[in-house]
Design a protein. Structure first.
Length: 91
């Protein structure tokens, strides 16, 4: 998936990469506000919103509003955790 993202929207691929690096193992999501993400990537919040929309439209993430501008960004664990489905005895 990341190769396709890099080709179609390199900025969204950067955001996806940052989110996947900071995913919480207990809930499979990253909780952050858009300003924090914008600061991390040296971009505007508008750019972050555009990238999030692109990733949502392409089923790369699910945005879950928490409070105000804080959201949880849930990623598919099978895509961001190597061996996720095969590490369980029943998988």
């Amino acid at each position: 998936r990341i190769r396709n993202l890099i080709q179609s929207n390199p900025g969204a691929a950067r955001l996806y990469s940052v989110l996947s690096e900071h995913i919480d193992g207990n809930c499979g999501a990253v909780v952050a506000d858009q300003q924090f993400l914008a600061d991390q990537l040296s971009e505007t919040t508008r750019t972050i919103r555009n990238w999030v929309s692109f990733l949502e439209e392409n089923n790369c993430l699910v945005k879950i509003p928490i409070a105000g501008k804080i959201c949880a960004y849930a990623l598919d664990p099978a895509e961001v955790w190597k061996g996720y489905n095969t590490s369980k005895p029943y998988a």
